[in-house]
Design a binder for this molecule. Structure first.
Ligand code: KG4
Ligand code: ZN
Length: 335
């Protein structure tokens, strides 16, 4: 069974994990930088990079101590090499390469999106056929998955990512950064039928998404004036509009592809109303919803270690180049 140490530094979490085989977690440590970036209202790449560099030595020490293993016992080292913020990615990729060279073991370059994509199956030795919706602060991607390393992109956002739309609306409402969770909290006390925000591209006939018009319609609504007591209704109505599009398109995708399993992953899958609505729509067609467990919904290194472990166990061609690739490119996906 393989022993892998993985690093994740693509955005504002510095994370490391040690995984034995595809399921035995020996260590899983995440240092979040959210508070450092909150003052700027978003993630600042240079701040992220410096913070990753500062955090790495103690992160590695803590990870190794928890795992009870030494660097020389690892079979491989992995790191996220894209997509993400270039200066942030470089820190993890260079550290991973250095550790691998030092231990004389292979280095595996892992795609961050593939980490999110497979996280709902974490621990399983195989990936069943399914459709997957990856919804994070940076991406909204819908895939048909036949098995490990067999992915077809069905749809994606044409502008903002779903999480980005939550964050931008939260900013308009003065709720701070990141704003998805704050919107969900307020929405729980509001009436989602109060304001008819548009459901972007719900009837587009394809599986792409657009959230920027929804955000703009919230801005226009706010310009007409609102009272603090209107906030719960505004949040609930906006949240419902976004969720309706996500849940409907995930269901259409599963039906079109004839899949009996659908997944949600990425930070926006923390949203309980999204999970509830998606399982409701899918259940009407006997499609089962699988969501990553909470610790795997946000950025983490365990999902990166899992992809590395699967690629070792399936003996698939591995990407061992250490160049980073900051942009998501569906043509060369997963790497
Ligand atoms: O996956 P993630 O941690 O980072 C990226 O790789 O982008 O996702 C962060 C995103 C943020 O946009 C945040 O507002 C959103 O996930 N988010 C939520 C909720 N919790 C986090 N969006 C909606 N409802 C939530 N409860
Ligand atoms: Zn992510």
């Amino acid at each position: 069974m393989s022993l892998v140490l993985a690093l994740e530094t693509s955005c504002d979490e510095t994370a490391a994990a040690v995984l034995e085989g595809t399921s035995r977690v020996l260590a899983d440590v995440v240092y979040s930088q959210i508070e450092e970036h909150a003052a700027y209202g978003g993630v600042v790449p240079e701040v992220a990079s410096r913070s990753h560099l500062e955090a790495l030595p103690s992160l590695l020490e803590e990870t190794l101590t928890r795992s009870g293993k030494t660097l020389s016992e690892m079979d491989a080292f992995a790191a996220t090499t894209g997509p993400g913020l270039a200066p942030a990615l470089l820190v993890g990729a260079n550290a991973g390469r250095g550790l691998a060279a030092g231990a004389g073991k292979p280095f595996l370059a892992i795609n961050h999106i593939e980490g999110h994509l497979l996280s709902p199956f974490f621990g399983d030795p195989e990936i069943p056929p399914h459709v997957a919706l990856v919804v994070s602060g940076g991406h909204t991607l819908l895939f048909d998955v036949t098995g490990f390393r067999d992915y077809k992109l069905l749809g994606r956002t044409l502008d903002d990512a779903a999480g980005e739309a939550f964050d931008k609306v939260a900013k308009l409402l003065g709720l701070g950064y990141p704003g998805g969770a704050a919107i969900e909290r307020l929405a729980a006390q509001g009436d989602s039928n109060k304001i008819a925000f548009p459901r972007g591209m719900l009837e587009s006939g394809d599986l792409d998404f657009s959230f920027s018009g929804m955000k703009t319609s919230v801005r226009y609504f706010l310009q007409k004036g609102f009272r603090p007591e209107d906030l719960p209704d505004i949040c609930a109505s906006f949240q419902e509009a976004v969720i309706e599009v996500l849940a409907s398109k995930l269901t259409s995708a599963a039906r079109t592809c004839g899949r009996s399993v659908a997944t949600l992953s990425g930070g926006v899958s923390f949203n309980a109303r999204l999970v509830e609505r998606a399982s409701e729509l899918l259940a009407k067609h006997n499609i089962q919803l699988q969501v990553a467990k909470p610790a795997l919904r946000t950025d983490n290194a365990l999902m990166i270690a899992y992809v590395a472990a699967l690629s070792l166990s399936f003996d698939k061609p591995m990407n061992t180049k250490t160049d980073i690739s900051p942009n998501f490119d569906p043509l060369t996906f997963p790497n």
